[in-house]
Structure formats: C-alpha cells, structure tokens
Design a protein around this ligand. Structure first.
Ligand code: NAD
Length: 418
C-alpha cells in the first residue's frame, strides 16, 4: 500500500504482523484487518492575514467501520502525512476495541505549524478542513477529537462549521469541545488522568511505592501536563519535563503549579527558574521510576532502549516505542511497559462518554465520569496484565492481541458483503 508509505505506518504494520502471527489469524483475513477502509486528502486554500493565499494539505483516514462510527484525533503538525495518519488510525482501532468501545479507529491531520498561524488563520483553516470533510464525517460515521496541535477551541470551530451546514446544532460531531457547548466534564484531564491511574495500578502490581517514586515526562502539552499533575496528586515527584523547545530537570522535584503559570505566560517550559536545562534525548535517559513519553512517535528507539533507566514506561504518546526498541525492552524484564493503546486510552474513553452524553442530551457529573473512566481502564488493565502473564508475552503484544482479536471476530461475525 504505497499511498501510506511512512516509517510510522510500517511500524504499525510490523506490530500488526506480530499480533496476527501470535493469534494465528488466517492469511486471507490479514489485509482486510490491517489496511484502512478509506482515506481522504484535501487541499485547503486559506487567506493569510497579510492578504496572501496559501494552500495546506489535510487528511482523514478511517481504519475500519465494523463496530460503529470511527473515532480519532485531529493533528496539526508540520510533519503530518497520510501514512502517519493511517498508522495513528490503525492504533485507534485496536485501542477502542481493547477498551470495549463501539468504534473503529480514525485519525486526521493538517500539515501546518500552528505556532506560525494567528488565531484567525487557524480558525479559517479549521473551518475549511471541516467543510471539505463534510461528505466524509458525521455523528454516526466519524467523530474527531483534539490531538497534537489542536485543542477545545479547534473542536468548537469544527462543531460550529458542521452545525451551520446542517442547519441545527450537532454537538456529537466532535468530542473534546469546551464544556459550555456540549463538551464533557473531565475530558481535558482524561488522558493524563488515565495515565496516572494505570501507573498507580502498575506500581501496585510491582510492589512499588508511588509516594516515593520519581517521574520524567517528555512533552508538556495536554497529555503530558495533565499526566504530570495527576502523578503528583498520587504522590510521585516529577523531576523532569520537556517540550519541543527543550527540557528541565530538578532532582528535588519541580513545582508544577508554578510551572503551569510559567507555561501559560511563555508557551514553553523553557526558562522556568529553579531547574537545570536538559536536552530531550538526555531527558529520556534520566534515572527515574516512571518514564512518560507524551510527545510524538518513535522516541524510544534501538539507540536508547538499552539505556533508559526507569521501572515503568508509561506510553502516554501514540507509538513512542519502535519495534526495534521493543526487542530490546523485551529483554529488560525490570521495565514494566504500559503500552500506548492501554496507557492513553483514557482520552478516547471520555470522548466516548462525551459522544453518548451529546446524543442523549443528558449530562453527567465529573465524579460519575471519572468513576466510569477508571472502571473501564481497570477492566482493560486487568485483562492485559492477565494475558501477558498467562501467555508469558510482552504487555504490548497482550494489549494488541485483545484489540485485534475483537475486531477480527466482529468482521468474521458480520461476514463479507457480498
Ligand atoms: P499537544 O500538542 O497538546 O502537546 C504535545 C507536546 O509535545 C507539546 O508540549 C510539544 O511541545 C511537545 N513536543 C513536540 N515535539 C517534541 C519533541 N521532539 N520532544 C519533546 N517534546 C515535544 O499534544 P497532546 O494532545 O498532549 O498529545 C501528545 C501525545 O499524546 C500524542 O502522541 C498524541 O497522539 C497522544 N494522545 C493524545 C490524546 C489527547 O487526548 N490529546 C489522547 C491519546 C493520545
């Protein structure tokens, strides 16, 4: 499938092939499970603030529609390609199935640098993308959410554009919206909160004391910052964080409240007083109990997997660990991996709750949402740890096995038309 040619798509395919072998999925079923059902690429001309016109390229990939509508984030980043988006869509499929959600996976993106666009330019780009996507999306077809470079405001513009086109308000077209227009309480915090919940469960499993643990977080956006705060609430000491501009390290622990104010003012962790600068590649090698990659794909590679010094690798980002790194990690039993499709599933779980609330126009309190989130994650965690132990397989293989098997079974039950 040359249209998806990209290192991240190859990585997702390599992982799938390992699982398909493990599950002994018949060869004739594999391509149908692996390749996306459909994809749309659009050219997006917008007026820049200086009066010029610029064309951006956007994509949306829907991986499978066997279990319901597709669900997945929208990414604004200069490196977005169709292949990267396809890989992220595939992972969303296995993640939703692992969590027992009635969705297939999807992902979208626009190749752009949002930090170089004004708010009005971002709005025009978002509305243009939504307009172009109208034949391809819908509350029962494909529902978007925030990812790297997008936020609740972007979702609000999408919802508004779609609703204006339909002639009535359609909150269920996106999740991760502001609460004031049908967003869910607890959605902004959900991914990071889920990461911390699962880290806490991993420390139980390993007999570690989270109160005496140290954590290092790569990427300080929505997921990384919320995970850091939630880990601190469980008693962990966050000793290093980073963003695309650089990192900070203080072995005595960072003051996260003060850091939040610094980031709000400077839009970066860099320059925060009371901590030493650390480069992103060095940050991953700092000795700690919990290492949380929460930025982009392919950060733990064969070059550094043998040198990371943590007890728990909590994959808050999607695809942070390459298959080559997995081979090395599989020979390091002292590291407990919480694989991405489990570790960051809290986001899509609460997105699902948001969609359900929007469809029924009846909203739940935050306690109810957090309680339902933790129950869902608990069930997935117990299942993955149980399978990993029973079959003596790595946690990633166990998690992917549960997800892929569910989608395979659903496809078998529905049959092939005609
Ligand atoms: P975000 O845009 O809010 O934050 C991304 C962060 O990563 C920023 O701080 C950015 O500066 C930093 N970053 C980018 N490149 C980096 C690099 N090379 N080194 C260090 N830091 C770098 O995005 P997000 O929503 O927090 O998403 C982060 C990851 O979590 C992505 O892999 C995303 O797919 C995944 N994820 C997000 C959600 C969600 O609910 N937002 C849910 C599940 C998974």
């Amino acid at each position: 499938m040359n249209i998806y040619d990209h290192p991240t798509f190859h990585m997702a395919c390599q992982q799938f092939d390992l699982v398909a072998d493990h599950l002994q999925i018949p060869t004739e079923d594999r391509a149908r499970l692996k390749y996306p059902k459909r994809a749309l690429t659009v050219a997006l001309p917008i007026h820049r603030d200086d009066g010029s016109t610029q064309v951006f390229f956007g994509h949306r990939v829907q991986h499978h529609l066997t279990l319901g509508p597709t669900k997945g984030g929208l990414r604004y980043h200069p490196d977005v390609t169709l292949g990267e988006v396809a890989a992220l869509a595939m992972w969303m499929s296995w993640k939703c199935a692992l969590a027992g959600l009635p969705y297939g996976g999807a992902k979208g993106g626009i190749a752009c640098d949002p930090s170089q666009l004004s708010s009005t330019e971002l709005e025009r780009l978002t509305r243009r993308y939504t307009q172009e996507m109208i034949p391809f999306i819908g509350s029962q077809i494909d529902v978007m959410a925030p990812d790297v470079g997008t936020n609740p405001q972007v979702m609000a513009w999408m919802m508004d554009t779609y609703s204006v086109h339909k002639g009535h308000t359609v909150p269920s077209i996106v999740t991760g919206k502001p609460v004031g227009i049908g967003g869910s309480l607890g959605r902004r915090e959900a991914t990071g909160r889920g990461v911390a919940y699962l880290v806490n469960r991993a420390t139980d499993t390993l007999g570690l004391d989270l109160h005496r643990s140290t954590a290092v977080v790569q990427g300080y956006g929505n997921v990384g910052s919320m995970a850091a705060l939630a880990l601190a609430r469980y008693g962990a000491k966050v000793i290093a964080v980073s963003d695309v501009h650089g990192g900070l390290h203080n072995a005595g622990g960072l003051d996260l409240m003060a850091l939040e104010q610094h980031v709000a003012r400077h839009r970066s962790v860099v320059g925060f007083p009371g901590a030493d600068p650390v480069a992103n590649d060095q940050l991953l090698l700092l000795p700690c109990d919990i290492l949380v990659p929460a930025a982009l794909e392919r950060q733990i590679t064969e070059a550094n997997a043998g040198r990371i010094k943590c007890r728990i690798l909590a994959e808050a980002a999607n695809g942070p660990t390459t298959p080559e790194a997995d081979v090395i990690l599989n020979q390091r039993p002292e590291i407990f991996v919480i694989p991405d499709i489990l570790c960051n599933a809290g986001g899509v779980v609460v997105s699902y709750f948001e969609w359900v609330q929007d469809l029924q126009s009846f909203f739940w309190g935050e306690t109810e949402i957090t309680d339902k989130l933790f129950r869902t994650l608990e069930a997935a965690f117990v299942q993955v740890v149980g399978l990993s132990r029973k079959q003596k397989i790595p946690m990633r293989l166990a998690a992917l096995s549960v997800g892929v098997k569910r989608v395979h079974e659903a496809k078998q039950i529905r049959g092939l038309f005609p």
